[in-house]
Design a protein around this ligand. Structure first.
Ligand code: S3P
Length: 428
């Protein structure tokens, strides 16, 4: 199947983005380890989070559908799954579940689709083995023989919330005090939510930006009720579309966790302004309605590097599309992690942007894009990468002629209603 996109006249209006993927994964997992019944409202019903819920159910979690979510009842002792645990396309499912399984007396084999089977798992297997788990495989399929773990003091070579969370979740049941350090702060949902659920987890920034997380084993997690706010990584597609057309776009009930809002810093660099209305916080997670104002001036180029990268890592494909229309050279560096996402996003983005007429140079850890250049429609191979499919759907809205996106089924992993929102916000 393919998706055909033609040039739009404008993109403007209000939308409620799909619920946050990272928060939904965590809500399901924390419900599975809580000491009571939890309720999760408005979870993301995309494929990635459904994989997490199904895997947890295979180990004993009971989920009863409510009109707007799930009531989740955990089992005291997780049971060993009878078959393989299918994580689909989801790195978060595979990596965080590995930490939970490693610290329980059971064995499980985690498998994934073609893209997930290529992604690096050594980054979680190494620390979990140091804690005492037996793990076969550095890539999926991954067989984990869990049991009693001992705490470790570990410096992660990458700022990755998936690595940090896998270790902290294993540390919850390990003997002793687990310490994880990361080179800069990756998204901190695990820390915020677990702290809210009664876990004593201390985070401190050390010298040179290194961030340290400390947690003692043997702590329990309280049950909870949580309404999942919208996902800024998904909202990014229509926010960027608004910025490209210079029109106002409003994303309602949007998660605004500061470790995820790097895109707003980029918008400011581009000369765009925004306001936040009706701010609130639930489970230590801030959210609100984000109004991205209409743009009076041409777009300015932007620079992304260092600590900013983990704060917008999933938004880089669509920000690269934005860069093609900025007046000057935008530079993205320190982003080598993009090479091990659902596809090598540096290569996939650069190749297709060049096919559409953009001026792009790639480096090992990023790219430089010089604009503004008019774009022309092209045939995009999304290769099972949802964010590539959606970023190029947005590029297609400003391109002359037709843009054909192959492999667009992957959009369902994170944004099941993408086409409905596109139809509502775009006029042709
Ligand atoms: C995620 C963390 C990020 C992000 C991914 C979801 C999470 O990956 O790219 O889409 O939910 O923890 P890394 O932590 O590996 O960078």
């Amino acid at each position: 199947m393919s998706l055909r996109i033609s040039r739009a006249k404008s993109v403007t209006g209000q939308f409620r983005p799909p619920s946050d993927k990272s928060l939904t994964h965590r809500a399901y997992m924390f419900a599975a380890i809580a000491n009571g019944v939890s309720r999760v409202y408005s979870p993301l019903r995309g494929e990635d989070c459904e994989s997490t819920r199904r895997c947890l159910e295979a180990m004993g979690l009971q989920s009863n559908e409510l009109p707007t979510g799930f009531e989740l009842t955990p089992v005291g002792e997780w049971k060993e799954p009878t078959g393989e645990l299918d994580c689909g396309n989801s790195g978060t499912t595979m990596r965080l579940l590995s930490g939970l399984i490693a610290s329980r007396p059971l064995s499980a084999t985690l498998v994934g689709d073609e893209s997930l089977s290529r992604r690096p798992m050594k980054r979680i297997a190494t620390p979990l083995k140091l804690m005492g788990a037996k793990i076969e495989g550095d890539q999926a399929p991954l067989t984990i023989h869990g049991g009693t773990l001992k705490a470790i003091d570990y410096m992660s070579p990458v700022a990755s919330a998936q690595v940090k969370s896998a270790i902290l979740l294993a540390g919850l049941r390990a003997e002793g005090v687990t310490v994880v350090r990361e080179p800069s702060l990756s998204r901190d949902h695990t820390e915020r939510m677990l702290t809210f659920l009664g876990v004593d987890l201390q985070t401190t920034t050390l010298c040179e930006g290194t961030v340290q997380h400390v947690l003692e084993g043997g702590q329990t997690v309280k049950p909870f009720e949580f309404t999942v706010p919208g996902d800024i990584s998904s909202a990014a597609f229509f926010l960027v579309a608004g910025a490209l057309f210079g029109e106002e776009v409003v994303a309602t009930e949007l998660s605004l966790n500061p470790s995820r809002t790097g895109i707003l810093d980029v918008f400011e660099q581009c000369g765009l302004s925004y306001t936040v209305e009706s701010p609130k916080s639930e489970m230590n997670e801030p959210s609100g309605n984000l109004v991205l104002h209409a743009r009076p001036e041409p777009l300015k180029p932007f620079q992304i590097s260092g600590d900013l990268v983990p704060r917008l890592v999933d938004e880089i494909p669509v920000l690269a599309v934005l860069a093609t229309q900025a007046e000057g050279t935008s530079v993205i560096k320190d982003a080598a992690e993009l090479r091990v996402k659902e596809t090598d996003r540096i290569e996939t983005v650069a190749k297709h942007l060049k096919m559409m007429g953009a001026n792009v140079e790639t480096f090992e850890d990023g790219m430089a894009i010089t604009g503004p250049t008019p774009l022309v429609g092209a045939k995009i191979q999304a290769k099972g990468d949802h964010r590539i499919a959606m970023a190029f759907a947005i590029a297609g809205l400003i391109a002359e002629g037709e843009t054909v996106i192959q492999g667009e089924e992957s959009i369902a992993t994170s944004y099941p209603d993408f086409l409905e929102d596109l139809a509502r916000l775009a006029t042709y």
